[in-house]
Design a protein around this ligand. Structure first.
Ligand code: GRF
Length: 215
């Protein structure tokens, strides 16, 4: 399998993968970001497809056709680099559904909450303002449904402390993410985790419990 990591931000999950020895063939970003520097320093090929160049139909707002064009450009890059496994690690663009029908089930994402709780970009803030005392992170197969909770591969729990701020809580979540994401990718690459089987099973419970316990 040839792995590409999709990024938009600080890239600490990407760095953890590289430190762990995960063979990353390509890093693709939708904006200029620190993750690209991490990739370049490690000698990994990078592609920057600035999403702002794809918001031409309305000037500013992203319309469906912009999303489609952007997605088409990404699919072209992946084909050129013969990528067949994608790990999203803080990638902020929502791609067109064509992307998922094309690559499913070989797209993995990490979300900073215990799905199905707290979907969306404000997951950490939402978990902090809720009365819950527990949150965490979820690694799952990504589909056209944003933060889809049907195909969970692994989850890790993180307590919410009374004096937590957005920053302290998110950093503790990310510490856990950096611990589990490389291990899960290694298991996918070695064949110990079979993504097709997870989709066929279509039920998150028994499989994810087993994996989470062994992390
Ligand atoms: C992580 O918390 C991940 O769950 C979310 O974006 C963050 C990425 O952090 N999707 P980093 O760029 O890897 O530091």
């Amino acid at each position: 399998m040839k792995l590409a990591v999709f990024v938009s931000g600080s890239g600490t999950n990407l760095e953890a993968m590289l430190d762990f020895g995960i063979p990353v063939s390509l890093v693709l970003a939708d904006r200029d970001c620190e993750a690209l520097n991490i990739a370049s320093t490690a000698g990994v090929a990078t592609i920057l497809l600035d999403r702002r160049h794809y918001s031409y139909s309305s000037g500013q707002k992203w319309l469906d056709e912009d999303r489609k064009e952007f997605t088409k450009a990404i699919l072209g890059m992946l084909k050129r680099h013969e990528i067949n496994l994608i790990a999203m690690a803080g990638f902020f663009s929502i791609l067109h559904q064509e992307f998922f029908s094309h690559s499913r089930p070989h797209i993995i994402n990490i979300h900073p909450a215990l799905l199905p709780e707290y979907k969306g970009q404000f997951a950490v803030r939402d978990s902090l303002t809720a009365s819950n005392k527990l949150t965490g992170s979820t690694i799952h197969i990504a589909t056209e449904i944003v933060d889809d909770d049907r195909y969970i591969i692994a989850q890790t729990k993180v307590p919410i402390l009374t004096n937590d701020t957005l920053e302290t809580l998110w950093e503790r979540i990310k510490t856990e993410e950096r611990r589990i994401y490389p291990k899960i990718l290694q298991s996918i690459l070695s064949g110990d985790i079979n993504l097709d089987a997870i989709v066929q099973r279509g039920n998150k419970s028994s499989f994810s419990d087993k994996i989470s316990e062994s992390l």
